[in-house]
Write a protein that binds this ligand. Structure first.
Ligand code: Q46
Ligand code: ZN
Length: 312
């Protein structure tokens, strides 16, 4: 198998592009896909300070590496979720990467900082673990970005993630969620800008990228993910993709090009006028106290604790 670009020995096949690439051409392809996503969706400006949400998995570490290589000023933020057997090794991969690239990694440990982990927080707030986890991560990334003066939060959602979320939204015709499913969400009152620069790269491509770049990452799925709907949608799309390479990318790309605008118009804009700053943490909320501060209070922690991030 020869590289389609330079005729050297290929290391990876890309059926959706009807192509195969050698190591160097594949790494260049990954950089190019990220660069195109950033340009197409006006995600970042060259001088932006970016905070990457780092989990220790392949996507977030590949994203961090790619953004550094593209010349962005990028720091990482890792949140210790306290998931036994999973969180500690994940933190280790994040730290090792930061050290290897001499990049700045900010760490927030849920238990040490707020007094709960994903399991105990979920139990105290009568939620399922992924709901407590998602709420905590969104809150901490948002507050850290705003308090640290970052221009955007970048997350490692890849093409497979976005196509699976889209499939779930379409199956339920959930227009509100579809309207928000964009690769870039602009900063609005009290929320930082959010960008997903990996939306043009498939999951197996980010994994191959890490392997070829020598980046060690957490290979295991979070144990709490077992049996969730998102994984089922990914599997279903994987089967379709196997038979018809390119379908997944077309499904997502055509949504952005042809449907996202009309869907957003049909869903209407949710008036943000009822939002006010949470008296405890300052995050925008429609309730007396924001959902995260309620969770922290119920779990017996101190919601007023600041996140240890300052402009670096
Ligand atoms: S939400 Fe749920 Fe993930 Fe949190 S508890 Fe694990 S599976 S890590 S993206
Ligand atoms: Zn709050």
């Amino acid at each position: 198998m020869k590289c389609r670009a330079c005729r050297a020995g290929a290391v990876i096949e890309l059926p959706r592009h009807n192509s195969a690439l050698c190591r160097d051409c594949f790494l260049a392809y990954c950089r190019n896909q990220v660069s195109r996503a950033i340009d197409e969706h006006e995600m970042l400006r060259p001088a932006d300070r970016v905070l990457v949400a780092v989990s220790g998995g392949k996507d977030s570490l590949a994203l961090w590496d790619l953004l550094l290589d593209l010349g962005y000023h990028v720091d990482g933020l890792y949140i210790g979720l306290g998931i036994s057997g999973y969180s500690e090794p994940s933190a280790g991969y994040a730290r090792a990467f930061a050290q290897s690239r001499q990049a700045r990694l900010v760490e927030v440990d849920l238990k040490g900082h707020y007094g709960f982990d994903v399991r105990s927080g979920a139990a105290a707030d009568h939620r399922v673990p992924c709901s407590a986890c998602g709420l905590s991560k969104r809150h901490i990334f948002d507050r850290a970005a705003l308090e640290g003066g970052y221009d955007a939060v970048a997350t490692g959602h890849n093409l497979d993630d976005e196509a699976a979320v889209l499939l779930g939204n379409v199956l339920r015709w959930d227009l509100e969620y579809m309207a928000r499913q964009r690769p870039v969400l602009p900063a609005t009152d009290g929320f930082p800008k959010k960008v997903k620069p990996l939306v043009r790269l498939a999951e197996r491509e980010t994994a191959a990228y890490c392997v070829l770049r020598g980046i060690d990452y957490q290979v295991d799925e979070c144990p709490m993910a077992a049996g969730n709907r998102h994984l089922g949608y990914k599997e279903a799309l994987g089967l379709i993709e196997e038979r018809s390479p390119g379908t997944k990318a077309a499904f997502y790309a055509q949504f952005l090009e042809r449907a996202a605008g009309p869907v957003a118009a049909a869903a209407g804009t949710n008036a943000s006028t009822s939002l006010h700053p949470c008296p405890s943490c300052g995050a925008p909320t429609t309730s007396q106290l924001c959902a995260f501060c309620r969770l922290v209070e119920r779990a017996g922690g101190d919601p007023k604790k600041r996140i240890p991030v300052s402009a670096g």
